[in-house]
Write a protein that binds this ligand. Structure first.
Ligand SMILES: NC(=O)c1ccc[n+]([C@@H]2O[C@H](COP(=O)([O-])OP(=O)(O)OC[C@H]3O[C@@H](n4cnc5c(N)ncnc54)[C@H](O)[C@@H]3O)[C@@H](O)[C@H]2O)c1
Length: 270
């Protein structure tokens, strides 16, 4: 018998983010985790706000063309140049997003940088740069978006930390990178605790060895050595990381907050 109950039709909506306005930082490169997340979110009906330091008109057009080709439909999207280190740029970008789409439902923070160097080689400038982008930048954009979420008493944040922040030192990044990502884990838990009573959720993903430009610094021998230590015996795809972001950004994870989700092929089972 055909189901005509409208409630039943929406119960198993396969578009997990239909009409949800999702801000994604760090998605300028087609090979990035941010891009993979933007593509999957668009496929699930999201309206996108892409923020990236490297954004320009050409990159924006390429990104839109790529997503629309991949998912086979037109998307609603704005792409803005934004340096998340700068509080005013974050505030302006979020205000632009709200002016354009009227609201924001979800924030996924993928913007980040990595540098591989031993503790004793890390200069003050290196330390400040890594901390400013990865930790202060994440704090800045979360703060701007949380003002919108607090006003409407709902919202979801997904932050990208790293295996480096869990185990002390990365497969790629140095101790400054690991410390910045440890900070992102702690920041996310604090947001989850402080804003839970406002129906705002925050969770953090700790990826390792996802095939993006971030791994370009490894030569083949280094890559092979790392893969040998990964139980699944391969690197991860951006689409697989995007899947975790989709789960945490949608109602599928409605009772999950303050969680740390590993997407690492089993390299850190704890
Ligand atoms: N790829 C991995 O294996 C891996 C592992 C652990 C953690 N991560 C984390 O996942 C996130 C995404 O990584 P990725 O591999 O896609 O990186 P990526 O280098 O491909 O993309 C990062 C993006 O962030 C942007 N960005 C850098 N500084 C910025 C700033 N100040 N303001 C705004 N945008 C800025 C860059 O322009 C770039 O588009 C990062 O936070 C990274 O630390 C990745």
């Amino acid at each position: 018998m055909k189901n005509t109950d409208p409630e039943e039709k929406t119960k198993y909506n396969l578009l997990q983010l239909e009409n949800k306005v999702c801000v994604i930082t760090g998605a300028a490169s087609i090979r990035s985790i941010g891009y993979g997340t933007a593509e999957l979110f668009a496929a699930h009906g999201a309206k996108l706000v892409i923020l990236d330091l490297a954004m320009n008109d050409q990159i924006a057009q390429d990104l839109i063309n790529h997503i629309e080709t991949q998912i086979g439909k037109k998307i609603e999207i704005i792409c803005l140049q934004c340096d998340i280190r700068n509080t005013i740029e974050c505030e302006n970008a979020i205000q632009n997003a709200v002016s354009h789409f009227s609201t924001i439902d979800c924030l996924v923070n993928c913007a980040g940088i990595v540098k591989s160097e031993g503790m004793l080689s890390i200069t003050e400038a290196d330390y400040d740069l890594i901390m400013d982008v990865n930790l202060k930048g994440t704090f800045n954009i979360c703060k701007s978006v949380l003002k919108v979420f607090a006003e409407k008493q709902s919202g979801v944040i997904v932050n990208l930390a790293s295996l480096a922040g869990q185990r002390g030192g990365g497969l790629v990044g140095g101790s400054h990178y690991a410390a910045s990502k440890g900070g992102v884990i702690s920041l996310t838990r604090s947001i989850a605790r402080e804003f839970a009573s406002m129906n705002i959720r925050a969770n953090v993903i700790c990826p390792a060895m996802i095939e993006t430009p971030m791994l370009d610094g490894l030569n083949q021998e280094q890559l092979d050595n790392v893969i040998a230590g990964i139980p699944l015996k391969r690197v991860g795809k951006t689409s697989e990381l995007a899947g975790a972001c989709l789960f945490l950004s949608s109602d599928l994870s409605g009772f999950v907050t303050g969680a740390t989700i590993d997407v690492n092929g089993g390299i850190h089972i704890h």
